[in-house]
Design a binder for this molecule. Structure first.
Ligand code: FAD
Ligand code: MLT
Ligand code: ZN
Length: 459
């Protein structure tokens, strides 16, 4: 359902001539996803400035049978934010800015296009903090993180994005503006719209504004990077730390190959004299100094070969680079296939031990990079050296994960990349229900129709 010839003129009448782009030089950055794996030939981009304008754009699309892809920071990693079938890109760039922060209650209300870094700044300026953090924070938007139900590095303490959203305003596929941004921290008046919209990947509606429950700003933060000679000790320690340290905010996992790649890609010194085995990054935060508590837990872990501890933000940021720069470092090797899976606690060692063999059995030239959110047994399996459209390696990983009782997406969502495996993740009745929910919000199937549960996918 690509836009007809004269369609841009109709959009200009709604948003003004400066906010519709057709020129390939301008639209290029909206066409290709962050990984470079999903690249659309051409597109038309519209940038509405209010919920009312979004509504008019959606109604016009509906009248002309034009499909829409909502786009925030375009940092999504599952190919859900780009117009591969000629959809209209509706960018939230102009729906940005913090509207209010209620300092006494800790609620921040902002436009969908506000970046997560801006949300952090707004929350901290009011004496609070925001419970979601991720390496893409400078570009990823509030709307995009709600739409993907983004996880990140603080889920172990605060939960994913869904858990932070107390109110949301969005435009349905029928063009209706639906808002439940009220003044309360609790709302139990029926279906919880923020929960339904979170993780819907732009298939139900376009988020225009949201209200977030903030978390206390904690002044004392200690970060430790630990190296284990045996990767299994790293994995088991990461899975155990959450229970041992109530003030834990992050438990991240990586391995020697990835750390070596980060060091060589960015010219960083190696964190310890030897690069080997597995690495766990643990961060605690509190209103008092928790370094001793962290040290006691580290001392109780088996076989810690090396440890570096940071007690101030600058030193902490230095340690975080070894984990957070994995994504960018892997992209220097080639266009990655990115899988973000989780297994039941206790099963991560088996997944790590088996996944590389399953992948190279399918494609011996594949290179496998593993890292992730070890505290929740969530693993990022990145594969380079495989053609972007060759899905055999993806299938091998996802089938192994399901065999181990895991989830095929722990945080990035389904998008286009994993859409064909929804049947592996869910039974027929669940998918049918998802399809019916989509129809209720988006009767003509114009909202990101090719991702998650495409309409027309009749089971
Ligand atoms: P986009 O990429 O623009 O869109 C993503 C999806 O949301 C698309 O389906 C799009 O249609 C939809 N969408 C966007 N805006 C709206 C809206 N206003 N209303 C409705 N639908 C909308 N993800 C994690 O979960 N955890 C991480 O730790 C993490 N780290 C990352 C690190 C790097 C370096 C990079 C590049 C990405 C990382 N990501 C991570 C992935 C990505 O940042 C998240 O998925 C993020 O939530 C996407 O936000 P965005 O604004 O860029 O959305
Ligand atoms: C991360 O945890 O760093 C992100 O989810 C990004 C990625 O998977 O590359
Ligand atoms: Zn992640």
């Amino acid at each position: 359902m690509p836009p007809p010839e004269s369609f841009a003129g109709l959009l200009r009448d709604i948003v003004g001539p400066d906010h519709v782009a057709e020129d390939p030089g301008i639209t290029e950055r909206y066409r290709r996803d962050w990984t470079g794996r999903f690249d659309a030939p051409a597109t038309l981009v519209v940038r509405p400035g209010s919920s009312a304008e979004v509504s008019e754009v959606v109604r016009t699309c509906r009248d002309h049978g034009v499909a829409i892809v909502a786009q925030g920071g375009n940092t999504g990693l599952v190919g859900g934010s780009v117009p591969l079938d000629g959809e209209l890109v509706v960018s939230t760039e102009r729906l940005s800015g913090i509207e209010s922060v209620t300092a006494h209650a800790g609620v921040l209300t902002a436009g969908a296009g506000t970046t997560i870094t801006e949300v952090h700044r707004g929350a901290r300026a009011a004496g609070w903090d925001y419970g979601v953090n991720l390496a893409s924070r400078d570009s990823a938007t509030l709307g995009g993180t709600i739409a993907t139900n983004a996880g990140g590095t603080r889920v172990v303490r605060y939960g994913d994005t869904r858990r932070q959203v107390v109110g949301v305003e969005f435009v349905t596929g029928a063009g209706a503006i639906v808002s439940n941004i009220g003044g309360t921290l609790r709302d139990n008046t029926g279906f919880h719209l923020p929960s339904i919209v979170a993780g819907s990947e732009g298939t139900l509606g376009l988020v225009t504004r949201a209200a977030l429950r903030l978390v206390p700003r904690l002044e004392h933060r200690t970060t430790a990077l630990l190296r284990f000679a045996d990767p299994r000790d790293a994995i088991e320690s990461a899975e155990a730390v959450r229970g041992a340290l109530p003030a834990v905010e992050s438990v991240e996992l990586c391995f020697a190959e990835g750390v070596a790649l980060v060091c060589s890609s960015f010219g960083l010194p190696t964190p310890f004299p030897v690069i080997d085995g597995g690495y766990v990054l643990v961060e605690v935060a509190g209103s008092t100094d928790l370094t001793d508590e962290l040290a006691a837990v580290v001392a109780s872990l088996p076989a810690v070969a090396d440890a570096a501890v940071a007690e101030d933000p600058t030193a902490g940021a230095r340690l975080w680079r070894y984990r957070e720069l994995h994504t960018e470092a892997i992209s220097t090797v080639g266009i990655p296939h990115k899988l973000d899976v989780a297994v039941p606690p206790g099963a991560l060692s088996e997944l790590v031990a088996r996944v590389g063999g399953e992948i190279t059995a399918v494609d011996p030239s594949a290179r496998v990079w593993l890292f992730g959110h070890g505290g929740e047994s969530a693993l990022h399996v990145n594969i380079t050296g495989v053609a972007p459209d060759d899905d055999r390696v993806d299938e091998a990983v996802l089938r192994l994960v399901v065999t181990l009782g895991g989830s095929i997406s722990a945080e990035h969502g389904i998008g286009r990349a994993k859409r064909d495996w929804m049947e592996v993740a869910h039974d027929r009745s669940t998918i049918e229900l998802f399809t019916r929910i989509k129809s209720a919000f988006d009767p003509d199937g114009i909202m990101n129709p090719a991702v998650l549960v495409p309409l027309g996918n009749h089971f």
